[in-house]
Design a protein around this ligand. Structure first.
Ligand code: NI
Length: 256
């Protein structure tokens, strides 16, 4: 039993064989998948998929890449979707100074607004932080400490930063990159943080773990990530699976 806490199932990478991909996930013991919204259109698509497939749940949100094109009315539209029972989080949202597809000012404005909406709706947030550690941390800190505030997806910082996010009430999600030979930081974080604060994810179709590196990623491959975490911590795969699944159920209020 495993939960993929972060995937992009609506992306056209899956158009040709989405049914098969989800069948393989179910056969591989994946009990729940959270699929992300990155703008208005993909949030609607995520909701649709969650209504179509029993074990798929959705998040709605505007990714920092789309911040420049996001208008107030767009967030209102997402807000009204968020009452659907399949929507279990607000995301993926955050800051990305690496790609810089949108201006930092717009990214910060849209991120901050979405943090407030999610807080209003009492939904956990799914955070994207790429080369923006200080600003993301400061903005989350402003939202205050609390239990089950959300998750830092595809965590790319060091162990000190991970601990600081945990202290604010966030989970850390370990992606498939933990299987990469030279991913020293993420291996260290995956070894060091308490298991009760850890989620696992694919970020499919991106970042396929070894031995699928370079190929399209899919939810079933989250097992490679769990195996590597078990190896690093010198514990059983089953323990990683059970604990990370419990965490995801707690954070997102998933049934089962
Ligand atoms: Ni993502």
């Amino acid at each position: 039993m495993l939960i993929d806490s972060h995937a992009h199932l609506d992306m056209d990478d899956f158009d040709a064989d989405r049914d098969k991909v989800l069948e393989r996930a179910a056969q591989g013991g994946i009990t729940h998948i959270i699929t992300m919204g990155i703008d208005g259109e993909s949030s609607i698509a995520a909701l649709k998929l969650s209504q179509e497939y029993d074990f798929v749940y959705a998040a709605v949100g505007y990714h920092p890449h789309s911040a420049d094109e996001c208008e107030t009315g767009d967030l209102d539209a997402l807000r009204s979707m968020a009452s659907e029972p399949e929507i279990v989080a607000w995301g993926e949202i955050g800051l990305d100074y690496y790609r810089g597809y949108s201006s930092p000012e717009a990214q910060q404005r849209i991120f901050s607004r979405q943090l407030e909406i999610a807080d209003d709706l009492n939904l956990p947030v799914i955070i994207h932080d790429r080369e923006a550690h200080d600003d993301v941390f400061e903005m989350l800190k402003k939202m205050g400490k609390g239990e089950k505030k959300g998750v830092i997806h595809c965590f790319s910082g060091d162990t000190d930063l991970a601990m600081a996010f945990l202290d604010l009430g966030y989970y850390i999600s370990i992606p498939g990159t933990v299987t990469y030979k030279k991913a020293y930081h993420v291996k260290e974080v995956a070894s060091a943080i308490p298991l009760e604060s850890m989620l696992i994810e694919t970020d499919a179709p991106f970042l396929a773990p070894v031995p699928k590196r370079g190929k399209r990623n899919e939810p079933a491959f989250v097992s490679f990530t769990a195996h590597e975490i078990a190896r690093l911590r010198n514990i059983d795969f089953e323990e990683v699976a059970r604990r990370t699944s419990e965490n995801a159920k707690n954070l997102f209020g998933l049934p089962g």
